[in-house]
Design a protein around this ligand. Structure first.
Ligand SMILES: [Zn+2]
Ligand SMILES: [Zn+2]
Length: 126
């Protein structure tokens, strides 16, 4: 399975250069990428690394803010994109889908019956 490139070749190359050809995921995909000393690290996947059963890794350029529609990545400049390996980008996609299901789009009027009131901040008490 191949992933279609989300952005043009030139921008993609810039993103890869900024990322030093390495996946920039630091755990948003749901995996803990542990670095040395068990500190949260960064995904180890690098471009063109051979992964058994998957072939060579082709890093993707996805929006730095993954909640942006990914098909709009093509319109973003390289500095607003981030390099992710296919596994991590799939993980992010899954996490986004879960979040979308957990928080259905708010329907107008849904909360009308019970208006949310902000508690009085302590500083307001006289
Ligand atoms: Zn990765
Ligand atoms: Zn990851």
């Amino acid at each position: 399975m191949t992933h279609p490139p989300l952005v043009g070749a030139e921008v993609w190359q810039d993103v890869m250069t900024l990322a030093e050809d390495r996946c920039q995921c630091q755990g948003v995909c749901g995996k803990k990428h542990m670095g040395p000393n068990r500190k949260p690290g960064r995904c180890e996947r690098v471009a063109d690394e051979y992964v058994k059963g998957k072939g060579r890794v082709k890093l993707l350029a996805i929006p730095r803010d993954p909640s942006l529609p990914w098909h709009e990545a093509a319109r973003l400049p390289a500095r607003r994109l981030i390099a992710f390996c296919p596994d991590c980008s799939d993980g992010v996609r899954r996490a986004l889908n879960r979040a979308a299901k957990a928080a259905p789009p708010q329907a107008d009027g849904l909360f009308d019956a019970e208006p949310y009131t902000v508690g009085r901040a302590s500083g307001d008490v006289t």
